[in-house]
Design a protein around this ligand. Structure first.
Ligand SMILES: [Zn+2]
Ligand SMILES: [Zn+2]
Length: 173
């Protein structure tokens, strides 16, 4: 199955289910995660990519992040294999760790053994609000997913609160 590019969310889901349905051979054990009741579902997280709830055998993946990275299929499949390796390790050995055993599983199923995905190669959604420093020579910007509760000023211009450097808030979507 090609994973260099995805056309839409449905293709991503199909690919993920393909990984879950596949029977892997790990240390002489044959394991298929669907047989062990693991399943895939979407969520709307904006700051983290995916999450495994082991007690429910549920893997949730961020729809907004996937939508921004459909063309980035290779990076996406690396992250998927990372999670699949966690589920296999949990199921076979009841261990949840980025240890040597996990790394070996990941390499066996075709991953590259990297713990953290490259945050530069995965695009994350822009914050709902942008705080911009009013100082035109500074223009420091901060992204926020929620409207800030407190009035704040630019820390780059002044380490203490400065009423002349109060951030200007703009709504992005
Ligand atoms: Zn991990
Ligand atoms: Zn500033």
């Amino acid at each position: 199955m090609r994973t260099d590019k995805f056309k839409n969310l449905q293709q991503v889901k199909t690919y993920y289910n393909f990984l879950l349905n596949k029977t892997w051979k790990i240390d002489n054990n044959l394991i298929c995660l669907t047989d062990k009741d693991y399943f895939f579902t979407w969520d709307n997280a904006k700051r983290r990519f995916g999450q495994i709830t082991y007690s429910k055998k549920r893997i949730t993946i961020s729809k907004p992040i996937i939508l921004l990275n459909l063309k980035n299929g290779e990076e996406l499949s690396k992250v998927f294999l990372h999670e699949i390796a966690h589920c296999i390790q949990n199921e076979l050995y009841h261990v949840k760790s980025h240890n040597k055993q996990w790394k070996k599983i990941l390499l066996t199923i075709g991953g590259d053994g990297i713990v953290q995905y490259d945050s530069n190669s995965i695009i994350t959604p822009k914050g709902k609000y942008t705080l911009t420093c009013p100082n035109t020579t500074c223009k420091h910007k901060i992204e926020r997913y929620k409207f800030p509760k407190k009035v704040s000023s630019c820390g780059k211009c002044d380490t203490k609160f400065n009423k002349n450097k109060i951030f200007v808030i703009t709504k992005n979507y």
